[in-house]
Write a protein that binds this ligand. Structure first.
Ligand SMILES: Cc1cc2nc3c(=O)[nH]c(=O)nc-3n(C[C@H](O)[C@H](O)[C@H](O)COP(=O)(O)OP(=O)(O)OC[C@H]3O[C@@H](n4cnc5c(N)ncnc54)[C@H](O)[C@@H]3O)c2cc1C
Length: 400
């Protein structure tokens, strides 16, 4: 049986590894546009490759997938983050956990790619580099995979792992959506997710580079979204894990009329407690007290008179400082184009068997990874999706 995997990213590499391990005599080929496989894996996690998460409870894990969480649960039970950790270590890549994020000890995604290349060599998986698939047709029981150079490859089974359309310079240009559509599938709305936001507030530039930990953020577009986590100011607006999470929850919202962020820098104190704290130690400089709850540059943006001591601050000044600390408003004008890390939307999950990854429309066709209508928050959840669905597709591709 000949199996063709289209796209040598995380899902394609895992599908090939698991298919070839299940049946070492199989004829498996990966078709990859680039001269290397796994380019996105190498750039992931800021170049350190946050390949999965430390979240082991499956119900907790599923909360990190704004779309596709119920459908994906089976795959996650089959290949959980714990299984994923064990898999890479068993294949010789030593891992480490930082907070809730798992990385190779070497902090290099290249070690992951080399691990897969080792498996391919051992199991005889072929990789056709610098080959671009242009279209796929099914003729009777045979798939005809047409390449840009005019060649047509015949295959008994096809696994589409072409990813989404974020960071298209890595080779993921959204080609798989049209292949899936041509084979009868529905593509749900494709939108960017895990994006930064831009702001037109004049103070933003003063704060570029300032990061804050574990603040409570409310985003109001048409609906309201809440998240607690770290974020940072950039030259154009705001970014960081909490902003990425909010961008994921609001991925299908229209930002044409702008949006507002409200930040509570001191979520662990209520207004009264904060008022008491700010009014203590009358001889201290007020700006120093406020900086304790944010950062110095933020306290300066609150336009606090740096020469005044606590005993010189009037009630109105205390009230406006508390408002800034508990309810700091940032005007959002939109998502920063091209800043997205992942694509939300994709092949409709109603049309894919969640236990095998096989198409319910075109037998013999499988999907895995970001091409599916599944997306996760930052923290290793998107690669975990690619590994888990890739593994299932590879294991099931031999069934008739
Ligand atoms: C900058 C960045 C950082 C990230 N960091 C993390 C992280 O730390 N942790 C995490 O979990 N997730 C992270 N992600 C997301 C994660 O990398 C992706 O969700 C995941 O790699 C998707 O895997 P995939 O195999 O589905 O698709 P991809 O990795 O996108 O692979 C698709 C492959 O298909 C090939 N291809 C596409 N079309 C064709 C065609 N027509 N012919 C031939 N080949 C084709 C592409 O060249 C590519 O190699 C990050 C993403 C980006 C962009």
């Amino acid at each position: 049986m000949k199996i063709t995997i289209i796209g040598g990213g995380a899902a394609g590499m895992m599908a090939a590894a698991s298919a070839s391990s299940c049946n070492p005599s199989a004829n498996i080929q990966i078709i990859e546009r680039n001269d290397k496989i796994g380019r996105k894996v190498v750039v992931s996690g800021g170049g350190r490759c946050n390949l999965t998460t430390g979240t082991t409870d499956i119900n907790e894990l599923m909360k990190n997938y704004p779309r596709g969480n119920r459908w994906l649960k089976f795959a996650m039970y089959e290949f959980s983050p714990k299984d994923c950790y064990a898999f890479f270590e068993a294949h010789g890549v030593k891992l480490k956990t930082e907070g809730n994020r798992v990385f190779p000890k070497s902090e290099s995604g290249k070690d992951i790619v080399n691990m897969f290349l080792g498996i391919f060599k051992k199991n005889g998986v072929k990789v056709l580099y610098k080959k671009v698939v242009q279209g796929i047709k099914k003729d009777g029981d045979i798939f005809k995979v047409k390449l840009e150079d005019g060649f047509v490859l015949e295959s008994d089974k096809v696994i589409i792992t072409t990813g989404g359309s974020a960071y298209s310079a890595t080779g993921s240009k959204g080609d798989g959506y049209k292949f899936a559509e041509s084979l009868g599938h529905t593509i749900t709305g494709i939108v960017p997710t895990l994006t930064s936001f831009s702001s037109n507030d004049v103070f933003i530039k003063e704060l570029a580079g300032v990061s804050v930990k574990n603040v409570k953020i409310k985003l109001i577009v048409q609906k309201t979204y809440n998240f607690t986590g770290p974020f940072l100011f950039t030259h154009k607006g705001v970014s960081g894990p909490a902003i990425f999470a909010l961008s994921a929850f609001s991925a299908y919202e229209n930002f044409n009329n702008g949006a507002r962020l409200y930040i509570d820098f001191v979520p662990y104190l209520n207004h009264e407690e904060l008022r008491t704290k700010l009014s203590e130690n009358l001889n201290n400089y007020f700006i120093r007290k406020v900086s304790k709850y944010t950062t110095k540059s933020l306290a300066e943006v609150f336009r606090i008179d740096r020469t005044k001591k606590v005993n010189e601050i009037n009630k109105k000044e205390i009230a406006s400082t508390i408002e800034n600390l508990k309810n700091f408003k940032i005007n959002i004008v939109g998502r920063i184009p091209g800043s997205e890390i992942v694509t939300a939307g994709g092949v409709s999950l109603k049309e894919v068997n969640k236990k095998t990854m096989e198409s319910l429309i075109t037998p013999g066709l499988y999907f895995a990874g970001e091409i599916l209508d599944v997306d996760g928050l930052t923290g290793g959840y998107n690669l975990q999706n690619a590994w888990a669905t890739g593994k299932l597709a590879g294991e099931n591709v031999y069934t008739f």
